[in-house]
Design a protein around this ligand. Sequence first.
Ligand code: AMP
Length: 113
Amino acid sequence: MSDCLFCKIIAGEIPSAKVYEDDICFAFRDINPQAPTHILVVPKAHTANILDASDLPDATLAGLLRAIGKIAKAEGLDKGFRVISNCGPDACQSVNHLHFHILGGTQMSEKMA
Ligand code: AMP
């Protein structure tokens, strides 16, 4: 999508701190990190959020989860990490391109919201 921030990052039109890329997804460091490690994992194909996940092939959805695991291992998050996908206004989704936050590198709160 031409006006989508994450599509522009994937295309290299906007710079990012890339940590991983394969045929299915692209991952980069969040510009406003909320944990010592804060990475965004996004599908290369545009879809708004989990509500529209049926727009994507099953192989893409599976590939995203596999990529999250690979990235967490490569980042040394062996003591644990959290994966969040904000969906819609109540969850404060600010970029309407499906993405998963990987948060780690610290002991996190038991409270999730
Ligand atoms: P969300 O609020 O769940 O939609 O997450 C969007 C995330 O994108 C936020 O955590 C932002 O800090 C992050 N973000 C926005 N612009 C950029 C950018 N240019 N590079 C990296 N991360 C960004």
